[in-house]
Design a protein around this ligand. Structure first.
Ligand SMILES: Cc1cc2nc3c(=O)[nH]c(=O)nc-3n(C[C@H](O)[C@H](O)[C@H](O)COP(=O)(O)OP(=O)(O)OC[C@H]3O[C@@H](n4cnc5c(N)ncnc54)[C@H](O)[C@@H]3O)c2cc1C
Ligand code: FES
Length: 258
């Protein structure tokens, strides 16, 4: 898939949850290039004190409308979360690889915090292939759980919060229904979220003999393999660019035991 640089016009900017904004946008001219779940875009931000774009996962694609779920953590994401309907957003996309779409068995999609972002697009594509996904979504507290209705339209949604304000109390890997998932009926676990969560998920999947893919969110600058600021040392002992070799990796390739 050839990456493109294009102007999008914002069609929706809606605050969701305590810290996130759902942005929807359409190309000012032409069409969106084909995008795969797990790929990301580099979004240009103005007034951020830096010329660097910000990497944001593709949250959803419907026809020529693309969605991003942005959590405000600094100047760049503040600028993105301040966009209004009709504003122009310049993007480079699609970037990186994507998740492997497996159509046998039941896939389990585990997200933490804003790491849930790429899982909606992935769940929709899986459903289109006739597979019913189960989402296991975790957050510190209820206010950080976002887009639950959208996830529920696609599959079953299980929830954990660290303070017990919604769903089961604890971490995603402690959810009681995980005992139902084993290597026979669960084809694959997909995960995105904080690194400690993804490592715990990867270990759980390994113990159950289930294949697992994780989407890494290393700090990035260029997003196209030129600056090497996103490298991750993999189990093979070599450094790999997360922006071009990832962001999705099989957890068998990752160092998950340290
Ligand atoms: C492939 C990829 C996909 C991503 N998808 C999303 C998404 O869908 N939605 C979303 O809200 N965010 C996503 N992120 C994270 C997002 O890119 C950063 O939060 C953003 O670049 C921060 O920019 P800023 O100027 O607001 O904050 P900065 O001023 O640059 O940083 C503010 C704080 O955020 C932390 N931070 C910055 N970048 C990251 C990062 N990559 N991971 C963890 N902490 C970071 C910094 O350490 C600092 O504490 C993704 C990152 C990657 C690499
Ligand atoms: S962000 Fe520049 S090489 Fe990956």
């Amino acid at each position: 898939m050839k990456k493109q640089i294009m102007d999008l016009r914002v069609t929706l900017s809606e605050r969701v949850g305590a810290q996130c904004t759902l942005l929807k946008a359409k190309p000012v001219e032409g069409h969106l290039p084909e995008c795969k779940p797990g790929q990301f875009a580099q979004l240009r931000v103005d007034d951020s004190g830096t010329f660097l774009r910000r990497p944001i996962s593709i949250h959803d694609v419907e026809g020529d409308e693309i969605s991003f779920l942005v959590q405000e953590v600094g100047k760049g994401t503040h600028w993105l979360c301040s966009l209004k309907e009709g504003d122009i957003l310049n993007v480079v996309l699609p970037l990186g690889n994507g998740f492997t779409i497996k159509t046998q068995g039941t896939p389990l999609l585990i997200g933490g915090g804003v790491g849930v972002a790429p899982l909606l697009f992935l769940g929709k594509r899986l459903k289109e292939q006739g597979v019913k996904p189960t989402f296991l979504l975790g957050a510190r507290t209820k206010a950080q759980l976002v887009r639950l209705d959208a996830f529920r339209e696609v599959g079953e949604v299980l929830i954990t919060t660290e303070d017990g304000s919604e769903g089961e109390r604890g971490f995603v890997t402690q959810h009681s229904q995980l005992s139902m998932f084993n290597g026979r009926q669960c084809s694959i676990v997909y995960t995105c979220g904080p690194m400690p969560m993804m490592k715990a998920v990867a270990k759980m999947a390994r113990e159950k003999g289930i294949e697992c893919e994780a989407s890494l969110e290393n700090r990035m600058a260029c997003g196209v393999g030129a600056c090497l600021c996103c490298v991750e040392e993999l189990a093979d002992g070599h450094n790999h660019c997360v922006c071009t070799d990832g962001p999705v990796f099989s957890t068998a390739e990752l160092k998950i035991d340290n």
